[in-house]
Ligand binder design. Sequence first.
Ligand code: BGC
Length: 822
Amino acid sequence: MTAVDEADLRSRVARLSLDQKVRLLTGADFWALYPEPGAGLRRVVTSDGPAGVRGETWDERDSSANVPSPTALAATWDCDRVAAIGRLLAAEARRKGVDVLLAPTVNLHRTPYGGRHFECFSEDPLLTARIGVAYVRGLQSQGVGATVKHFICNDSETERMSVDVRVDERTLRELYLAPFEAIVREAGAWAVMASYNGVNGSTMTESPLLRSILHDEWGYDGLVMSDWTATRAAEPAARAALDLAMPGPVERFGPWGHALLEAVRAGRVDEALIDDKVLRILRLAARVGGLDGAVPPTPAPVDVPRELRAAAAASFVLARNERSLLPLDRSGPDGSGLGRVALIGPNAEIARTLGGGSATVYPPYTVSPLDGLRAAGLDVAFAPGVLGHLRPAAARAPWLLRPDGSGPGADLRFFSPSGGVIGSEQRGGAVFRWMNGFAAIGAPEEIARVEVRCVIRATEAGTYRLGVTGIGRFRLLADEAVLFDETLTMRQGADVGETLMAPPVRLAPLDLAAGQPVEVRLAHDVHTSPMAGFGTFFQLLLEAPHGTDDEELATAVALAADSDVAVVVVGTTAEVESEGFDRTSLALPGRQDELVRRVAAANPRTVVVVNSGAPVLMPWAGEVGAVLLTWFGGHEFGHALADVLLGEAEPGGRLPTTWPATEDGLLSGQPAGGVLDYTEGLFIGYRAFDRDGREPLFPFGHGGGYTTWSYDSITVDCDEASPPGVAVCVEVRNTGSRPGREVVQVYASRPDSAVERPARWLAGFAAVDADPGETVNVGILLPERAFQHWADGGWTLEAGTFTLAAGASSASLPLTGTVTLK
Ligand code: BGC
């Protein structure tokens, strides 16, 4: 891929002055590295993130493919599919001028409350590792760099900038480091991101683990960059194996630049360390084609909608399907056709396709469940059921129009501190976000005020609510009458992520007649926001008239009673599941539980579609016909949903994380006195449920398809050659009447062990497709590591007999074999 060899890289480093070298160690701006003509280095651009490639602009003008949430990708248990998503992201990166993706996130689902749960793959280190390796291989095979993050133990958000995680060495190795190790060793990740938090007393950008584990043990030759603003003190970070402080420039974010230059000149930091950091930057650049002479491959073209639609369907977990309610039969029970489908729930109309925070992208469009079911030709009637639980959405079509009444959108003007207009933008929506200055218009200091002008036109008579979400001073006018002029402030101690994703909301009522237009003007004084140095972001919000929750519930229930089948789409939103804060409850927001119960009571043929990136409580699960867990499904979500509901695609997903029945006994991510102690050791997720004898609602690995399977035999090849691996062969048969896909899972256990261990742990898996009546032998190679544990500073194998159980989930393991290892 690259024509630049190591000797060449080293000679380029040798050509640079100390000033030139130190300058390269901090970002040039929010997303990019400095170019250095002296080394033949062009500007190398990074971008979030796991669910799509944002690019340097963060709004609708530069849209991005929105892939299903990482929890969804892991739920496919399908490494080939995930590698294909990696290649899709590489094509997106190149299209958008991005060289290095800030993904994947391979922290673990230590607790379901974790705000970024949706952004991580699984509670299990082996599944996380396999999916992560596939993702990185797919991406990097096309010449785009991966940044595996966040190293290490950023498994929850509360106090993430400062918390010190205390974790014992065995737990660190067997759980939290395991995915990083596999990805670094097997996929050769080109970059790793050091997290905000500390581990066992050192903040991660200064941690000795960067060198001792990444460099010395794993032989990592890639780059370590800091999470954004995570580099604290100049010298300790320079002496640690941190190579790049992000973001830049150093004058705004520090801490290297002059301070580091002085430290090297005074002999407090060895120049050889600086050379190694620069070498790693140049090596990354060579890999992504950012050095002259280095040519990366051109990513293969991808049919994005097709790939996203198939990936979403492959991730949906059919958690319950009583009396085979799904798939819905288009021809109807008596051949006269499927009658009316009552589609109910707030998330049915507004597709929730991704979680919140830095992983957010602007898709070119989103297919909501309502759009998807209608496009499939079904007779669909929609009722939101409940409304009050969600923040109002940004103003949109059909209400939002440009000032001249054309198209959906708004016109923006930018004012200098002296009041002159210094730029304008024509926008297609009402979500405004500038993170790297105001693009072509100017640096943050040059802009004092942003003014939005648009028309809101009522579709029906009633009380609309118009407003804003953001921080700082906002003045909102309708037909020149002031609706409010207020300064919105953030919660004390709020994190950047929370400030970005869930800023305060201010709404004002507006009574309009049907068809009535109003001219709207929203002005924001940029520097009244304490976040102005970081970026400026706000949305114009609009809520159309609606009934009370009681009225909406009654309408939905009546509709369900009068329809052939009811599909209730419940879920969370990007503001509920987000970077920057943890959830405080796993309950569905608002009155959604009540909505499900009442609809199910009115129509026994009720399917509940759960649109969340992470587990939510479902106290009604036993009362409904079918439950389909769909994650945040990416921008083709609604099409995939129609495919699966109608049986045109198999619900391919299996749970990558335990779905609890209640909140009892769950770990929290809440630190005490600045410390988060992982006292549970190895016992997270299903390992904790097994230890405590607690029953989850749906166990790890659970999920069904539209056919049935029998598990017929297991053979274990325990010949002398193993380790390095143990070969297991499982015979399964499709006993149903449709072709299907099964994920065969193998768990190891060691009942008589002299060391403390989980009751069972995932040791390997493979997916298989089979036609009705077909028998398939599935070969699964269990890695040596699946049998080892960490003791006394190294990996060790406890000689003796391990039990291997195979089946369809961690709680359904009909076949058992053994292997004796020496
Ligand atoms: C997040 C990272 C992200 C970075 C840049 C940070 O707040 O923790 O995951 O890559 O911002 O957006």
